[in-house]
Design a protein around this ligand. Structure first.
Ligand code: PEP
Ligand code: MG
Length: 754
């Protein structure tokens, strides 16, 4: 049953609109289930009614007319219980409701399964048969699995249809795309859809002004690819058998056959850019093969897709890396890499939208650092239709508006102005100390990773850089930077902030931010080779970085070094040994350098519980609450499916942070928090209560947090923390903290605008 399932899902996900998707579903499911009827009911989100949207087997005239109340009939029961109902004789069930217009009287066997997407029931998929027979367990799970997988495709088709109606003028208004997470703020601009070089399905639709030049570009890619395939085949002559090498020849043959090339060229001639024309042709071809009953031929579909990816890569290469970005760019993609983000010239990026990822993923942190609003976990986003459209990134309610009308834009502008007013009011705090009403002082530091961040932090009177993410510099290049280059970079950073302290974190790659030139393939990247683990295994790279940091500090001694992802004592011992080696080597070379302040990031639960020993081995502790939260709660910080479970205000996280803080202080070791929690007003209240020494955050939040600190007493914050530690959930803690902020007149920090 797996193959038909995969095939149906694939076909439906490629449907251009809802009608096509639903027609495909009933057409394919009915024979696969050997049913006499297959119907799809969709639930009207406003009325809750279940509308018969498509059927094969019931009267076609009933489509669109039959509307069942939320709890009416067996369909209503499937939806309200959100579970399958499998009956040998439907009419014998007390919930059965006879509806004459459908002509369903002669059918007995009934199986209905809910279509659920991220917790919301979208509708019900039903199969019926004349025979009075229950469907088997296997059949039931097949239909339930299918419905679960179709849910995404149905919503996608619905949005595609709405966008199409907008284009043809049959729909006036805006299409809203809902996300699950966001970083605060509003961005209005033109969508630029980015995609990995090999993701053919994510290629957006675009028009070209000079189709003939585009055809030339495509033909050149084909010729080069054919030559490359022949070359590969020859090179591998000694290694592969003739039959294995046949694949290359088959690819080359496919490319030499006119149909694939001509189909693409014909599309380009209509003004479509080559990658999208290729996407259409490859998908058409692959579908034809996939539908073949012969298993060998059906498998060739994968080869065709692979060939498509190779050609796409080649086309991308000929396009050159320099892209043109509109003045107000909203970057969109299935997943946006740190390098794609950094490729947009500073000042032109006004928003970020990603289907995957969450507000805790690294690209989100970058966005927040540069005050760029972002929406993540976009549900049902037909990316291929969005390129070039005007969009609003609404980071307050985690949604994206496509084609916003003038009234909506006006409304958003008003909101943006309110936000600007709030920031303006906060400017008066710039020169004020971060002190509570009862005289407790905190240090407010900035997180940085690019030189521009550092200069801005200095200009905004940050007390220093609490976290310098050194890896960002590594993303701007095509290979590892050498010692001299790194020295110059760190020297500039230290000099910009001097004499204020700068905590340089050693390379923290892996997890959700592998380096493009150092790919790491792992099943569980967050539990794998990342942070200090890589540095300790690649001591050459590690030592080069440490030497560069030390050399930079020879002139500007305002430097601290910290190690990310420490999970045991021996890792710290080894890291310190490499640092001592690097230091000794430099001294031997005659360079006078003081040994720097050294700290660790506490991001792993094991480090939190070994903190007593660790704190005695270092000069400072920096809590990385982003990672610590993901590891305590076992919630991948960049996975949208579980984004609602990720919250640093979870009592278990607070309990751990409080423990770290007390133990470190007992060892007279200062503590800072440099995860996003430090810049979140509710999180900051809890951290104040723990008595941490410094907050390190995205610069845009600095004055907001100063306002929080200056509005409460230390004793009040301690009281709020005590209560939070007794609570059952992050929601309760958040509500309590937000209430306290609101009552103190700081509601503007919690809601959009004032
Ligand atoms: C953290 O984990 O909280 C942290 C500051 O490090 P990063 O977000 O860069 O992983
Ligand atoms: Mg981290």
């Amino acid at each position: 049953m797996l193959e038909p399932l995969r095939r149906i899902v694939h076909e439906v996900s490629a449907a251009h609109n809802l009608a096509e998707a639903l027609a495909l579903i009933v057409d394919r499911v009915k024979p696969a289930m050997q049913a006499d009827v297959c119907s799809v009911y969709l639930t009207d989100p406003e009325t809750g009614e279940h509308v018969l949207m498509e059927t094969d087997g019931l009267r076609p005239s009933a489509v669109g007319r039959v509307r069942l109340l939320p709890n009416q009939g067996l369909v209503g029961l499937v939806a309200s219980r959100a579970e399958p109902i499998n009956l040998d004789n439907a009419s014998g069930h007390p919930h059965f409701q006879f509806i004459a217009s459908t002509g369903e009287a002669p059918f007995h066997g009934f199986l209905g399964v809910p279509i659920i997407r991220r917790g919301t029931t979208l509708g019900v998929l039903v199969v019926q048969q004349r025979e009075a027979r229950r469907y088997t367990g296997d059949e039931e799970s097949f239909l339930a699995t299918l419905a679960a997988q179709l849910a995404g495709s149905i919503s996608l088709a619905e949005v595609r249809q709405r966008l199409e109606s907008l284009d043809t003028g049959t729909l006036i208004g805006t299409v809203f795309l809902e996300g699950v997470a966001s970083t605060r703020g509003l961005g209005i601009g033109e969508a630029v859809v980015v995609f990995p070089d090999t993701a053919l399905d994510s290629v957006p639709d675009k028009r070209v002004s000079d189709p003939e030049a585009e055809i030339k570009r495509f033909n050149k890619a084909v010729t080069t690819e054919v030559a490359e395939l022949h070359k590969l085949s020859d090179q591998l002559a000694d290694v592969l058998s003739a039959s294995d090498r046949a694949l290359f020849d088959a690819y080359a043959l496919l490319l030499s056959s006119d149909s694939l090339v001509e189909g693409t060229v014909a599309r380009i001639r209509q003004g479509i850019w080559a990658p999208a024309a290729l996407r259409h042709t490859i998908s058409e071809f692959a579908d034809v093969f996939e539908e073949m009953d012969d298993a060998y031929l059906a498998d060739r579909a994968a080869d065709i897709r692979d060939l498509g990816r190779r050609l796409l890569q080649r086309l991308q290469r000929t396009a050159g890396r320099e892209r043109e970005y509109p003045e107000h760019t909203v970057l969109m993609g299935e997943e946006i890499s740190v390098s794609q983000f950094l490729e947009v010239p500073q000042g032109q990026l006004v928003g970020l939208v990603s289907v995957n990822g969450t507000s805790a993923s690294h690209v989100a942190l970058l966005a927040r650092g540069l005050s760029i609003p972002a929406v993540f976990g976009l549900q049902s986003a037909p990316l291929e239709r969005l390129n070039g459209r005007q969009v609003v990134v609404d980071g307050y309610s985690a949604r994206v508006c496509v084609h916003p009308g003038p009234t909506l834009i006006e409304e958003y502008r008003r909101l943006a102005e309110e936000e600007a007013e709030l920031s303006q009011e906060l400017e008066s705090l710039l020169d004020q100390p971060a002190v509570t009403t009862d005289g407790h002082y905190y240090r407010l530091l900035a997180n940085a990773g690019l030189h521009a961040d550092v200069a801005a932090a200095r200009d905004r009177h940050a007390h220093g850089i609490g976290l310098y993410r050194s890896e960002l510099h590594f993303y701007l290049r095509d290979s590892f930077p050498g010692e001299d280059e790194q020295t110059a970079t760190y020297r500039r950073v230290l000099q910009t902030m001097a004499p204020a302290p700068v905590m340089l974190r050693t390379l923290d790659v892996g997890g959700d931010k592998p380096l493009p030139y150092y790919p790491i393939e792992e099943a569980n990247p967050f539990l794998g080779w990342r942070g200090i683990r890589i540095s300790l295994d690649q001591t050459d790279i590690f030592k080069t970085q440490l030497r560069a940091m030390l050399r930079a500090s020879a002139v500007h001694p305002n430097m601290g070094i910290m190690f990310p992802m420490i999970s045991c004592i021996s890792e710290l011992t080894k890291a310190l040994a490499v640092l001592h080696d690097a230091h000794n080597e430099l001294i031997e070379d005659g360079i006078q350098i003081n040994f720097p302040q050294v700290g660790i990031m506490v991001e792993v639960p094991s480090a939190a519980y070994m903190i007593g020993t660790l704190a005695r081995m270092v000069d400072f502790i920096a809590i990385g609450s982003n990672d610590l939260t993901q590891y305590i709660l076992a919630v991948d910080r960049s996975n949208v499916r579980v984004a609602q479970l990720y919250d640093s205000l979870h009592p278990a996280v607070l309990f751990t942070l409080n423990h770290v803080c007390r133990q470190a202080h007992a060892a007279t070791c200062p503590v800072s928090v440099c995860g996003e929690m430090a810049g979140d007003p509710a999180g900051a209240l809890a951290l104040m209560g723990m008595g941490i020494d410094s907050f390190s955050m995205s610069l845009g939040n600095l004055l907001k947090i100063k306002w929080v600190i200056r509005s409460f007493s230390y004793e009040e914050a301690r009281g709020l923390l005590r209560q939070a530690l007794q609570m059952d959930s992050a929601q309760q803690v958040r509500a309590q903290m937000n209430r306290a902020l609101d009552e103190r007149g700081l509601g503007g920090l919690v809601r959009a605008g004032h």
